[in-house]
Structures are given as structure tokens and as C-alpha cells.
Design a protein around this ligand. Sequence first.
Ligand code: NOJ
Length: 671
Amino acid sequence: MKKNKIISIAAFLFTVAFLISCVQKDPSVQDVKSPDGLNKITFAVEQGDIYYSVTHKGKEIIAPSKLGFVFKDGSVLGKKMKIENISRNSYNETWEQPWGEKRLIENRYEEMTVNLSSGNGQKYYMNIVFRAFNDGIAFRYEIPEQELIDSFIITDELTQFALPTIDNAWWIPAYKGVYYENITQYTPVNLIDTASCPFTIKTLNGKYLTIHEANLTDYAAMNLYCTGESTLNCDLTPWSTGEKVFAKAPIKSPWRMVMIADKPGELITSYLELNLNEPCAIDDISWIEPCRYIGIWWGMHMGKYTWHMGPNHGATTENTMRYIDFAAEHGFKGVLVEGWNKGWENDWTKEGDKFSFIEPYPDFDIEKITGYASSKGVKLIGHHETGGATKNYENQLEDAFALYQKLGVNSVKTGYVSPLLDGKERHSSQYGVRHMRKVIETAAKYHITIDNHEPVMPTGLRRTYPNLMTGEGMRGQEYNAWSQDGGNPVNHTCIIPFTRGLAGPMDYTPGVFNFDNPVNPGTKVKTTLAHQLALYVVFFSPLQMACDLPENYEGNPALKFIEQVPVNWDITKVPDAEIGKYVYIVRKDRDSKDWYLGCITNEMPRETNINLGFLEKDKIYSAEIYRDGDNAHWETNPTSVSIEKITVTANDYLPVKLAPGGGIAVRFTPE
Ligand code: NOJ
């Protein structure tokens, strides 16, 4: 009996091995493995339908998932297909980021291009390029120039990401709410609404996946919806008329990418998205400068100032000069000024088309201000709130950037506050994508960098256009000023580095020192002050704001940390993190030998000993520590912070005690 069982197991194993070897030889099944061999993409044609699947360390990560398109004439590119040719390529380079969270980026992958055709006689052609990286996988479609396809309209992209199990995901809805400014939900994937990307998943076997797209060019953004138990499907943001993408062959779709990680921190240190974008397209980038900035901004959100001219106008010549003085004194290189231009007196969320980007209010002497700023080594950061009226903006774009360039302004914050662009089209539609690209390219012509609020979700274009420096696309700090739901939840800052933050730099605007909210007492910043400081290390942004009012910083010794913390890094490491619970990041300054540590927690207090092994061996460091005071608590005592200086080496452990909603920020300087 026992013997029979052994024989039948052996026979079964033999059959499986045989089938596997047949599958391997079947020319309609092709695979490509990452350089370390751990991630494998398999492409298969089955009865003319095309599929891909992914394994990681031999375990299925993405089950067989459909590929292809539906066109407006009802035809499907992805059915009755056959492989015409397979080509393979290995790639290995290290490139340098002009600014970023890491200077040198390794771009290493194995590539497989599948040339497909359908039809007899006259044929339709499509290629799919697959890339297997050590930190994930990606693929994109190419519709080459061909006789039968010229101009075409995509009404659906059939791409799927079929998860083998009903995993949990952190997600925000794509069509409810505006500008990705939602509180993240964490649910099983079969309970999601149509969700935006990046979409981060914790699999039942403990892996972390992030589905996103890279190099979104003249196409619609990808969202995801779930069918069956756990199959995620691509949903492209439509035009108001329902079509998704208007195109003309040849086209390349954005990359569809899946980051694959054993630990959440590995998602943050993956540069897959950047590697899938084209190298820098701007010849001279010497004018692109990361910087810390303050601004006439929080005052409007807290109801102290108005954007429009009047008795409480924030952007007056006098007030701006006061901000410039404060910036010069405390080492901030930029001063953002909102409400400087005509148009705010209208209901600008409804009538954004009345904005002028050329005419300052009479109480804002732009020439005097920019001259004064330059005499103090400070630059004005310009502001273009469009109210979503992109046509009005495009009509003034060249003149508006030329004006700023003439006055020495080389950064502009753009904004699109209106649920629809030009009253009609969604921000993440092909219409919005085209507009945002036009702004980035025009800005580059005038040597202007962009901080894009109400953006299309970033997809790594900063590699090609490093003047696209930062952006919003999340519930930023401003929600803690006026949001009627009380502000951002305590765990918010422990989640977004693993969702929105994976798409690109975040202009979250940290740095609140005054936690009172006289206008909306029910709304508050739900962190401690030390947590606000730690955000300068945890959140990466090459334009990084200190959002609070100068009068709230004046005299507070904790400001020193913000004055010193860099915005441009050589190395980034994430020694430990749990999404939504705590994040601990260390980064090395790009311009010195200093290291910085930022650690934040959600509503739970935490105690731990941090291993300082990331510091250089055989060096003694002076550590300036900004930690939660003994009774600090986000709700009852947020401002309590204790500052101390000690000496440490790479062999030491730093004892850390985080208050509820608390944090710790440390600067390590070699002695
Ligand atoms: C929304 C932006 O996020 C905010 O930073 C800005 O102050 C307002 N729009 C006005 O442009």
C-alpha cells in the first residue's frame, strides 16, 4: 500500500516535470527572469488570447492576467494573436540623479520583447516589452506604425493584475473626492472602489506589492477596479465624452509596473519608476536648485490673511519683505507668495478663468520685492493658481513664465483647484496629462521649476524633466487647517510614504509649531512637534516648505533642525517601517558627511533602540536630538520637545521613546 503510494507520487512528480518541460518548450510560452533570478514574468498565448503572470522566489505573485486593448470601432487588439518574434536584452547602468533621495541609481534588468500579430493576410501588429528587475516587473505596449492602424481611439485597456489571493491593500478612490486628497483605506482588494495608483498591497504571504505606472505620456492615467475575488483591472480615466485615449500609431503606452518587496521599506528604496522613465531631456540643468522655503500661505489657510486684496491681504509688499527678512535670517532660499495676482477677488474655484498671471495687485510691488529678495540671497517662489482653467493659463503661459524669469523667479507652484479642468475634463485624463506636460516643458524653456498642486499622479517624469520637482496629490498639511472632518488622521503620515510617496516627491508642507486653530478648533494637526521635524527626513521633497508663520517659529530652538536639514540626499535607507504604524528613515546629506534620522509613529507610543550602524565606522559623531518631551502627546501636549546633544558612534544604539503621534529627528555630524 505504502509502496503504491510512493510510486504514484513519483509518477505524479514525473508528469508534472514532463508538463513543465513541455510548457518550457512551447513557443507560445516565454519567460524572462530578473538579474537575481527571483522575479519571473511569463508571457503566454492561449487560443489567441494573451496573458502574463509573475512569480517571486518561485511563488505566484500575479496569476495569469489578460493584456490588450479595445478600440472604439469595437475591435480588440489582444485576441487571435500569435507570436511573430521574441527578442531579449540585458541592461545594466548606473545613472546619477541631479537631485533626489539617492545620488546614484542602479538600473539593471532583463528585457523580453514579444512581437505579436493578428489576422490572416493583412495583419495587425502589437509589441509588448517586459522588463524583469530585482525590485519588480514592468511592461508596456507598443503599437507600431502599420498599414491597418493609423489614428485610433482606445476605449479600454484590458490589462489585469490577477492576485492569487484576496490580499489587503491601501487605496484611495479614483473618482470620489478630488485631486487624490482622500484618507487612505485599508481593505481586502475585493472591497475596493475604483482606486487610484500607486496601489499598495500586503499579500497573505507577507510580501508587499505596489502597482503603478511610469512615464505617463499623452495617455490617460491608470486606475484599478476589482473583478471576481481578486483580479485588478486597468481603468483609464476617461475624457468627458467617454473615450480614453486618442492616438496615432506609432505609440508606446506608459509602463505598467509592480514593485515587489519583502519589507515595506524596500518599496521606498526602489527606483523602478524612475528607471522606467527616459533620461534627462534638458541639456543645461545648472539652474535647477533644490531648496527649503517659507511662504505667505499657512496664514490664508488659517484665516489670518486673504488671497485677494483687502484689509487682510497676505501678499502685500511690506509683508512679503518681512518674510524675505525672516528667510534670509534663517537660511531659507525661497519665499512662496500666493495671492499676488489679480483674479482672487472672483469666486476663483468657479471662475478661475479670470486669473491674470501677469498683473500683480497694486499693493504687491513685484519689481521692488524681487529686487529686495535678490539683495538678500533669497528668491521669490511664484504662484499660478489656475482654478482649473487650463485654456486661460495656456494662453498666458509664455508671458507668465517670461515675466517670472525676467524677475529672477525660478520656481513656480501651480494649482488646479476645480473638480474638472475647463469645467469638463478630469485632471488625470489624457486632456489633463497633455496640459501638465505642456506646462513642464514650457517652464523648462524659461528655466523654471514646478511644484505641481492638484496634479496628475506623478509617474517618474522628474527623471526626464528634473524641473518637475515636487507636487501635491494627497491630503497635505492644509487639511489640518480647515478640513471639517477634523484634519488628517494620526496614522496618515505613516501611510503616505508607501502610497503617494512612491510616485514622487511630496509637497506635504510640514513644520507646524503652533498647534492652536482658532478658526476651526475641531480641526488640528494630529502629531507632536518632534513628529513635524521628523517629517523633513521621512518625506522627500527637493522643494521643502516650513509652513508655519514666521511669528510661530521666532525664538523656538527647534527651528534649528529645519534650518539645517538638507533637501537633497546622497543615500536613503529605511531600517524599519510598518505601513500605517511607524516609519524610520535615515538619509545622508548630498553636500556633507552628515546623516539625518527621522522616525514617526501613529497614535501608539513606541520605545525602541535604534542601531546606528548606518554611520561611518571609526568616526565619532555629534548627534543633535529633537525628541518628544516626557509628557508629549499629539492631542494634549504636542509642543513638548526636548533637545539634546550627545556623542555617538556606529557601534551605538540610540534609545528612542516616541509619544502618541510622536517622532524623533536627529542630525549626526562627524566631529
Ligand atoms: C490648493 C493648494 O493645495 C494650496 O496649497 C493652495 O494654497 C491653494 N490651492 C490656493 O492655490
